[in-house]
Write a protein that binds this ligand. Sequence first.
Ligand code: NAD
Length: 329
Amino acid sequence: MTVKAGFVGCGRMASFHAGALNAIGGAEIVGVYDIDMPKAESFAKKFGAKKVCSSREELLKECGVELLLICDYGHQHAEELHAAMDAGIRSIFCEKPVIRKWEEASALLQKQKETSSLIAVGHVRRVFKPQMKMKEIIDSGILGKIHFCRIQSWNAGFSRQWGNYFASYELSGGAALDMGTHFADLLHWFFGCPEEARGVVTGMENHLAKEEKPSDYFSGTVIYPGGIVCGMDISYQRYGVGKMFMEVYGENATLVCDGSNISVLNKEQETKYTLPAADPHQDQMKCILKMAEEKVQPPCTLKDGIIACGTILSMMNFNANKLDFMKGI
Ligand SMILES: NC(=O)c1ccc[n+]([C@@H]2O[C@H](COP(=O)([O-])OP(=O)(O)OC[C@H]3O[C@@H](n4cnc5c(N)ncnc54)[C@H](O)[C@@H]3O)[C@@H](O)[C@H]2O)c1
């Protein structure tokens, strides 16, 4: 079976997904749309798309799209999902963050239920081999009762330039919503539904209007069932050191993920795990094709994507206790 795929947004992530679909086979790209027409044209040429559409409506209604991949920006995703479901498309992949505001959540879930649509959210880390191994180790129980988890994600790989989408708290939600949701999703997958969250965002913007919040650095804590305390330290930095580090502390052992290396440490020994080579974009698209062909749930569902966003949104809007009581002592 060949799935008829369509793309809204033909940028960087769309290119990863189209390249992955072409590499694994099983899909043909029947149409693409981007507000930047020359970009859509070169994307279509590169990935062999049949048609470049001049509007989203044309793509949704005239190309026979069975699987839509929504790859434009986070503040547009909820509206794009509604339009796709209204147009009768029942298999949809949407990049993260799936919502920008909590108010968008319930109407999306309601429409998904009414239309029986399958919706996958692009939290690709669920198919990363190191994170899959982490999940397996956590579920095995060898760590003993888990007490806390620490995440550091210092993103020096991309230059979040002044004023672009990723630097805008209003649009992308900055490092908190754009990057933090990946980790909120992993923690939800590892430990269950979050029970409490608190956090703070700050940043280095030099151009923002007074009322706009900066968003390059994000620090927060989420509590999961059983009282598991998870600390997050996440940044989008223009200059500096990149790092990805996750630790899970259990009573019997500690699980450490340093980039792509996984090990479990206890009093006596360190066990290092060898992971198979993989292309996560291809692994993700294999799951998305399976969803479209066999009508099975994807690794990260709409509800999962919404829970990840809800966790981070609550941290972004958290009112910290002020330490005024200590003034004047
Ligand atoms: N899953 C991941 O690991 C991951 C990594 C990076 C980015 N992302 C997410 O992917 C999304 C896209 O990011 P990107 O890096 O590909 O950005 P990008 O700027 O490379 O691409 C976005 C594209 O969307 C187009 N666009 C904007 N408005 C549009 C509209 N109304 N209709 C159609 N096209 C429109 C732009 O012209 C651009 O070509 C963001 O939500 C981002 O958070 C996910």
